[in-house]
Design a protein around this ligand. Structure first.
Ligand code: ADE
Length: 263
């Protein structure tokens, strides 16, 4: 009887410990490298064919994973992570194409709202975005899924404390606003401008809204943080290759500061 209650207590404690973790995902190795370098008491675990790293980052219990590129990979890895670790919150970090007319590589975008810009229908007139999403609980009558307001506020405060790497002709700027997600790497000026005018999107990337969709479905507070590696224009690929590392470091910088401030 005594050993049974001890086992029960142990299970409760380990569940409690897991529930306290902050989950961190990035699509590419470069996007999580700096976080893994700073991770203390690092342990590697495999779930669903994916590798996750648990440990302590800036005094917070975390689990870090690589989602892979695109919405399908992002949704899969988010589902596996949430199912196995039941974290208290999730932060997605990485790079994006900047869409604001004044945006330059190195700038940071705190995602207040996420939108899937390739979810809709195509008829003789062209593509029309769907005005609703289908979550497990039913229709979600909004184009945008909102990040957790508290995490947004904490990220905005954290961003003020970070010394960002400067990779353009001026110091990096911090924007807060919409992040657009689609299964495409945008390297076209007209498309970039349309994403900005149609959806007020400040950055375009390939995972955020899928992560938001899963977190919203399962009731996990989340935020998406990005730093611009390019301007989603005709030279985006070259710019991405040149700046993916420093931009990833800028985004990860906010994650580290956000965690520090949670102590
Ligand atoms: N990630 C970084 N740059 C991007 C771009 N231009 N389009 C989509 N995803 C990106």
């Amino acid at each position: 009887m005594k050993s049974l209650s001890l086992l029960f207590l142990f299970l409760l404690l380990s569940l409690g410990a897991t529930a306290q973790r902050t989950a961190i995902l990035g699509a590419l190795d470069q996007e999580i490298a700096i976080l893994l370098d700073s991770l203390k008491e690092k342990k590697e675990v495999q779930h669903g064919g994916l590798t996750f790293y648990t440990g302590n980052l800036k005094g917070q219990a975390v689990v870090i994973g690589k989602s892979g590129v695109g919405k399908v990979n992002a949704a899969y890895s988010t589902a596996i992570l949430l199912n196995h670790f039941t974290p208290k919150q999730l932060v997605f970090t990485g790079v994006a194409g900047g869409l604001h007319p004044e945006s330059l590589p190195g700038d940071v975008v705190i995602g207040t709202k996420l939108i899937q810009t390739d979810f809709g229908q195509i008829d003789s007139v062209g593509f029309k975005i769907s005005p609703f999403r289908k979550l497990l609980g039913g229709r979600y009558e909004d184009l945008y899924i909102h990040s957790d307001p508290e995490l947004v506020q904490q990220a905005e405060v954290a961003a003020k404390q970070v010394v960002f790497l400067s990779i353009s002709k001026r110091a990096p700027r911090v924007f807060s606003g919409v992040i657009a997600t689609a299964d495409v790497f945008v390297s076209n000026q007209a498309t970039a401008e349309k994403l900005y005018t149609d959806y007020e999107a400040l950055a375009t990337e390939m995972e955020g809204a899928a992560v938001a969709h899963l977190c919203r479905t399962l009731g996990i507070p989340f935020i998406v943080l990005r730093s611009c590696s390019d301007n989603a224009n005709q030279v985006a690929r070259v710019s991405f290759n040149q700046f993916v590392r420093p931009a990833a470091i800028n985004s990860a910088g906010i994650v580290l500061q956000l965690l520090s401030a949670m102590n």
